[in-house]
Each structure stands twice: as structure tokens, then as C-alpha cells.
Write a protein that binds this ligand. Sequence first.
Ligand code: HEC
Length: 395
Amino acid sequence: VDPNLQEWLHVLLRWIHVIAAIMWIGDSLLFVWIDSHLQKDPEERPDVAGVTWLIHGGGYYTLEKRLLEPGKLPPRLRWFWLEATTTWVSGFLLLVVVYYFSAGTFMVESGGSLSASAAVHLSLGLLVLGWLVYDGLWRTPLRHRPVLAVPLSFALFLALVYELTHLFSGRAAYLQAGAMLATLMAGNVWVHILPPQRKMLRLAREGRPVDLTLGQHAKTRSTHNTYLTFPVIFLMISNHFPQIYGAPLNWLLLGLLFVLGAGVRHVMVVGLRLAWWAAAAAAVSAVFLVVLTLPPAPAPAQAASGSPPVKFAEVRQIIWQRCTGCHSSVPTQPGIAAPPKGLELDTPGQIQAAAARIKLQAVTSKVMPLGNLTGMTDQERELLGRWVDSGAPLK
Ligand code: HEC
């Protein structure tokens, strides 16, 4: 695919994806909020389950949760389904355009066990398999015993993430985990939320009593979705944080981030007084996240031994050999049309100005060179690190 066209497809799809996701998650959170803030109807009407008053944009609104009498339907019911579907479809196409089209650079490490095309097939297969395993598990009688089913689901997820981080590049592993969770969310909407609602409506229209378990079942899956939301959003923006997805314990960090996101959601909905344990779990996860990503302190012996200062000529040689194929005003790497993120490392001044970023991406985490396409060695990384630590001199 022409890189310029790929870039524009990327822009368009990402734009749509973000807007659709804001709408989906926005109204999903709004409904969770409404449900937990309904008050008793002051007029005690039998068909009103609760009411709440809102002010927004200079207008007053009452929201009433209604129970429908058999045979009586409102003239027009608004369904929320387009948001979830648009989010998933645009997200899937984005995965294809950004990751599958560049699988050799973005999805696998060169010299790793997977080829680019195996990575694409595995990614597709896992999207389907993830849904089948999750949905299957939550159809068994275990679904009535969340104390067992929730930890089991989480353990399976963690095992999956561990495997993903060992098969794919860290960045692709995080995105794959996010795409799989997001697929569970969309699957829940398509399979467990919309069809029962349709059935409830049909029964109501025919004047037959509505089977209330239908709504309850939809509610369970929609509750799952609200717990998945925050972890998924983090995973979708995780590509900005190489110090997390590129860390040696990246699978564990992902697990902790999941606990943090789901814990915060629980506190938001249930309130701190009842959900103190979730707040505590989230706080402990946050502390572990910070501790586990602390950069290793430089070994004092090494610092004191006065290893000879790194010469800039060596640094420039490494950068030119390993980085400027892509990070140059005229990249030579096929498929790279312009310097990624506008980062050019052609001149000594440019290299010096980018010293801190170079250390972050190529030394602290090893996410650059992308997929280690240019075969950078650990000695070279260590040398770059020492050069940056010594103040990045041009001598
Ligand atoms: C095969 C191409 C390729 C090579 C080789 C490569 N990079 Fe990159 N680099 C990229 C791409 C693509 C991105 C943008 C990643 C993204 O979309 O987040 C990037 C991003 C970066 C960033 C992040 C810029 C920012 O936003 O702060 C830094 C820093 C970086 N590279 C440094 C390096 C260094 C140092 C080397 C050599 C050791 C290197 N890169 C080699 C392709 C490459």
C-alpha cells in the first residue's frame, strides 16, 4: 500500500474511531450513572421505577426509568447500537491499516519466533477465540458464581497477556489485548444486550408479560462492559508509553493496569464507602506500577570506575547505522515516507537535542529501532545510555 494513502486511511479511521468510542462509552457511563442515582418517584406512579433531575446547557431535564405496561409502547424508542458497532468496525480496520499492513515492523521483533504473516493470522484467530472462550465460560453455571468466574476469567486473561508479550512486540501485544477485550464488549452488545431487548419489545408489543430475566441477563453483560472500559481505553493509548509496553515485566504491568482501571470504575459507581477494598486494590496496583517501572540505579562501582568517556563519533556512527534509515529527512527504509514523529537524527545538533528521547526509546526500553529491524546490539544501547548520562557532549 502506498504509504501516503496508508497515512490518510489511518487519519480518517482514527478520527471516526475516537468519536464513535466517546459516544459509546459516554452514553454507557451516563446510563450507569443514572441507574445508580435514581430516586423514588415523588408521585409514586406504579410504572415509574425512579426519577432524577438534571441541569445541562441551561435547561432542566427529568429522567424517568419506566416499566412498560403490556401492549403499551412509546411511539419512538431510540436504540444505542450504532456507536458500539461503529467503534468496533473502525477499530478493526485501524488494526488492519496500522498493524497488519506493517506487521514486519510493528507486530514482531526481528529474529523473534513469529513471521509477519503468522502474527497477522494469530492476531485474527485470537480475536475470535477470545470471544468464544469468554462467552462460553459465562454461559456455564459458573456465571451465577462471580466469586469463581471473575478470578478465573482474570487468570485466563493474564495467561493470554503473558503469551502475547512473548510472541508479539510489546506494543502489538498491548494493542492485541485491548482489541480482544474490546471485541468482548462489542460481542456482548450484539449477542447478549440487543437481542434480549428486541425480544422484550416484541413481548410488550404483543401484550404478553415480559420475562424480566431477559433484561437481567443483558444487564450482567453490560456490567462486564463497564469494567472493561477503562482498561481498554488505556490499552488503546498505550502506544504512547514505551516505558510501559517495552518494560521487561510488561505483562504484569498490564495486569496491574487492568486492576487499577476496573477498580476505579467500581469506586465511581458503588461509592468509596462500600468499595473501599476496590480503592485499596487500585492504589496498591498504582504503587506497584510505579515501583516496577523505576529505572535501575546506575551501579555505583561502574560509575566510579571511570569508564572512558564515550566519544560522540561513536554515538553518531551507531545512530547513522541503526536509526537514520527511518529518522532522516530522506528515510531510506522502504515503507517509511517521512521521519516518524518528525524525529530527524541526521546532524549532531539533532542527535544531541533528542538525547533524552533516544535514551527512553532505545536504552531504558528497547522499543527502538522499531522491531529491531536494524539489528542494534545491547553494547550499543549501553554506550548510548552512558553518553546521555554524561550530558550528551558533542566531543
Ligand atoms: C524501521 C524504522 C525505525 C527505525 C530503524 C528507528 N525508528 Fe524510531 N520510530 C519509528 C517509528 C515508526 C516511530 C513512531 C512510533 C509511533 O507511532 O509511536 C518512531 C518513534 C521514535 C521515537 C519517539 C518520538 C517521540 O514521539 O518522542 C524516538 C525517540 C525514536 N523513534 C528513536 C529512535 C532511535 C534512537 C532509533 C535508533 C536506535 C530509532 N528510533 C530507529 C521508526 C523507526
